[in-house]
Write a protein that binds this ligand. Structure first.
Ligand SMILES: *Cc1c(COP(=O)(O)O)cnc(C)c1O
Length: 364
């Protein structure tokens, strides 16, 4: 893949200043309570090796990733940060955790026993309050209550849990999980508490505890989907027109003849496809923008190409080489996600490796 921007058919621009701004917006909302940053899945697709240091420069000292390998990668660019591994302690990985000074989020009695046998090293305890995914289930928490000696060999940094429905502020599940977490905290009265993801930060100060743990909001996705987005967009995806074709009623566009032309039209082809993480579910649903004019995606998204109806655009702005915004201020990630029938998380974490990436802002 060429790295020359002037050869690129599609450019993904990532604004590190916007990521730092979003971190400060979270801190403001936390009103004096600190915040970690979740940079799993390569910083939600934006590049953990770039967003990690940008967040550290904005004052963040505690980072979460999912996999131990992500932690090793982050350690290389953040030598002094606290790096926590959400997926916990896979059997046999203890030495790797110690070597890279990674903190496992322990989520079962087995993990707790294995880590305490290994030595008094930093760890977190994850309590399940209603996701049935990771974390101590109620029965294992009860076992710990009866046998607190099992925690004696641990250096517990955080006691944490994870909200299942924080993006639905009206969901009863939020208060139920909050009560369960408060109760678990009575039992596990060591270390600091950590509860709120991005949306949890916006549920009010009851949800803040000692440390927030946001991810997606840092990257510009709306953590309060029922209302306006308090965050700043961080990415712009632009691609260039390769070719423009005349289309007549009765003709069809692309694979499966999935779009039927019903008026004399101009169809532009752009070099972006599902191999770039431009989701196939945007077929006949997405849109681009040319100088503020919406240009609907017509036909199927194919592996390397999409087709847009540019009939509404003046001739001069639909020539080969013309840049078309596919994600950006006028077409934010949340809108693209809606059109694709998914969530902003999936749009970001699908952003492909084939785009020519440009970082802007401090630390770029
Ligand atoms: C991914 C994740 C987060 C961050 O969630 P966002 O909704 O992206 O803010 C926090 N905690 C856990 C356990 C996670 O898996």
């Amino acid at each position: 893949m060429s790295t020359e921007k002037n050869l690129a058919g599609a450019v993904l621009t990532i604004d590190l200043d916007a990521v730092a701004d979003n971190y400060r917006t979270i801190l403001k909302k936390m009103n004096g309570v600190p915040s970690a940053a979740v940079v799993k899945a390569d910083g939600y697709g934006l590049g953990a090796e770039k967003v990690g240091p940008a967040l550290a420069a904005a004052g963040c000292t505690i980072f979460f990733v999912a996999h131990i390998n992500e932690g090793i990668g982050l350690r290389a660019v953040l030598p002094d940060a606290d790096i926590h591994i959400l997926n916990g302690l896979l059997p046999g990985t203890e030495a790797t955790f110690r070597e890279h000074r990674l903190v496992p989020v322990l989520g079962s009695l087995d993990e707790i026993d294995a880590w305490s046998a290994y030595g008094p090293l930093p760890c977190d305890i994850h309590v399940d309050t209603g996701m049935l995914r990771l974390g101590l289930p109620p029965a294992e928490l009860a076992t710990l209550v009866d046998d607190p000696g099992r925690l004696a060999g641990l250096d517990i940094r955080l006691v944490m849990s994870h909200l299942a429905s924080a993006d639905e502020a009206g969901s009863d599940q939020n208060a139920i999980q909050l009560a369960k977490f408060q109760q678990a905290r009575q039992t596990l009265a060591m270390g600091s508490t950590c509860f709120a993801n991005s949306s949890g930060v916006f549920l009010g100060s009851d949800y803040h505890f000692d440390l927030a743990r946001p991810g997606v909001a840092l990257y510009g996705v709306n953590p309060t989907p029922a209302g306006p987005n308090p965050m700043t967009g961080t990415i712009t995806l632009k691609a260039r027109i390769l070719q423009v074709r005349d289309a007549q009623p009765g003709e069809t566009v692309g694979y499966g003849a999935a779009f039927g032309v019903n008026k004399t039209s101009k169809i532009a082809t752009l070099p972006v496809g599902y191999a770039d993480g431009f989701l196939r579910s945007l077929s006949n649903a997405g849109q681009g923008m040319i100088d503020g004019i919406p240009v609907p995606l017509v036909g199927r998204v194919s592996m390397d190409l999409i087709t847009l109806d540019v009939t509404a655009v003046p001739d001069a702005q639909r020539q080969p080489g013309q840049w078309v915004e596919l994600i950006g201020a006028a077409n934010p990630v949340d809108a693209v996600a809606d059109a694709a029938g998914t969530i902003g998380y999936e749009i970001l974490t699908s952003l492909g490796a084939r785009y020519h990436r440009v970082y802007t802002g401090a630390g770029a």
